[in-house]
Design a protein around this ligand. Sequence first.
Ligand code: PLP
Length: 285
Amino acid sequence: MSVVFLNDTYLPMAEAKISPMDRGFLFGDGIYEVVPSYNGEMVGFAPHIDRMNNGLNAVEINLGWSHERWKDVCDILIEKNGAGNLALYLHVSRGADTRRFHAYPEDIEPTVFAFAFEIPPVPVADKTKVVGYKVAASRDLRWERCQIKSTALLGNVMHFQHGYQQGANETLLYNERNELTEASACNAYIVKDGVVITPLLDNQILAGITRHILLDLLRKDGSIPVEERIVTMAEVFDADEVWVTSSSKEVVPVIEIEGKPVGNGEIGDVWLAAQTIYSAGKLNY
Ligand code: PLP
């Protein structure tokens, strides 16, 4: 039975209860994070908490927790749930109101919920061990505030489901100008002639922590050029390699999009080099 954190108490998951008037439940009015941890070592803890604080500020939820306070919660959840391959899910909603009214209420306490769930073993830079993704592609129909990691994920869920029901692992998304944005739960990249290219950070995508760590490590390493710019879907279909990244998956090669092979349909050498660099450097963040 997993032990979870809810409003300053650690308790078994089955005993954790929130009000049906919680605005997270009624409106998806909340912010969340997912931090990976392997054998008790978290990847990107500080940037994850910084991003959560940015999200909380953007929606004016005043929680005011320090990094240390979050670190304590994460460390205790890791200890109580057995350090292995875990993701720490951290969730802050605006809290429970007495009525269903859209405006932000003034005097309610945020609901803070956190739990640990098992994720696949630490990804390795090995073409024989990684499973390449087959993905769908779809016009991005989410909102125009995708930089906020909101718990209101129905748009993402519907895009993921679109791919899932046709057997795809993910769904790549593109805007009305046929430009790649991201995927339903990952950032997206192409590789062309040895250059890694990924969409710029703006309101159309989440500023992924894996993206941040990967681009920083690649730039410091210097062996693989990186560009952040508009990527058209024509470029995606013409790419040598396509990848998606997220915290629990790291760098995942995409081998097929909408039934068409990416490049020669094999996992690429630039992926291998990039995941090698990521694996070597990720614990420094
Ligand atoms: N984009 C979306 C929409 C996501 O939901 C996620 C992760 O959940 C990402 C990108 C990747 O972000 P990170 O690398 O911080 O996990």
